[in-house]
Design a protein around this ligand. Structure first.
Ligand code: HH2
Length: 284
């Protein structure tokens, strides 16, 4: 394996942190939105969001992903001003956190503002599609999660079509990795994510999870977000609040197939499950 690739697999450069990826990592979700699909509104108040983040740290979370614009199918867009006004007080309160804070945003102006405010990762569900977004993050000191989305949140679930979902998602992610590498972004700042539920029907999501090896083969560590999603509801028949067991199972399956970071709502349960998974492995 080329030395560059080996380094890429073993750690992620994440602002002032270096995240060891020789074991799978848990990213906890904090939403500062009134309308996120699973916990919308519960953490809209700053103190509740900060308390939830601190609780996740006690539960063993490895990084926290905060978002201020819901990307659920049909969600309404939030202005950059509104998004920044929700995010900046949270980042200020978490400035000395013991884990990296990732910000889930698609807006280049918000990306710059939150990096200045201490964010260690930008998680762009748009996958840094625009040159403006790529330039906003190219020369800064934080990790980047490139997620695949087809279409826009408002309409992306209206009958999505692929001839070869795994091949098409892989090709697009490869192109975005190349575009960022072309701007001088180091390998150890990048993650890729197939974007479960983002412009994908049930069978597309299942194909991507079954064949996650194709996404892993792109090179950067793979992050997955399956937690409490519709796909888990379709399989289990459970409502959003009763999808913990299904979500934990999906996280373990994803890790078994090569994912290195799982984005979850149920931190304590996922941390335990991945400890069990890790204990059954010798080394990576
Ligand atoms: N899913 C959501 C948001 N951000 N980021 C990455 N990298 N991967 C994902 O799968 C992903 C993501 C879903 O967003 P939303 O509907 O706002 O709900 P929640 O944030 O509660 O998951």
């Amino acid at each position: 394996m080329p030395p560059e690739r080996a380094e890429q697999l073993s750690s992620l450069h994440c602002g002032r942190f270096r995240l060891d990826l020789t074991r799978p990592r848990v990213m906890g979700i904090v939403n500062l939105t009134p309308d996120s699909f699973s916990d919308g509104g519960r953490f809209e108040r700053l103190d509740l969001a900060v308390n939830r983040a601190r609780q996740m740290i006690e539960e063993g979370v490895d990084l926290i992903d905060v978002g201020a614009e819901s990307t659920r199918p049909g969600a309404v867009e939030v202005s950059a001003e509104e998004e920044a006004a929700r995010l900046l007080p949270f980042l200020a309160a978490m400035r000395d956190a013991s884990v990296p804070i990732s910000v889930d945003t698609r807006k280049p102006t918000v990306m710059r503002l939150v990096i200045d405010a201490g964010a260690s990762m930008i998680n762009d569900v748009g996958g840094f599609a625009s040159a403006e977004a790529r330039h906003a993050v190219a020369d800064v000191d934080c990790a980047l999660c490139i997620m695949h989305m087809r279409g826009e949140p408002g309409t992306m679930q209206h009958d999505p079509h692929y001839d070869d979902v795994v091949g098409e998602v892989t090709m697009l992610l490869e192109a975005r990795v190349a575009a960022l590498r072309g701007l001088g972004v180091a390998n150890d700042r990048l993650l890729v994510d197939p974007g479960f539920g983002f412009g994908k029907a049930f069978e597309h999501n299942l194909a991507l999870l079954r064949d996650l090896a194709a996404i892993v083969s792109i090179g950067p560590p793979v992050l997955v977000g399956l937690s409490r999603k519709e796909m888990i509801g379709t399989i289990t028949g459970r409502s959003i609040e009763d999808r913990t067991a299904g979500s934990v199972a999906a996280a373990v399956v994803a890790v078994e197939r090569g994912a290195r970071v799982v984005r979850v709502h149920d931190v304590a349960a996922t941390v335990d499950a991945l400890h069990v998974w890790s204990a059954t492995r010798r080394t990576l």
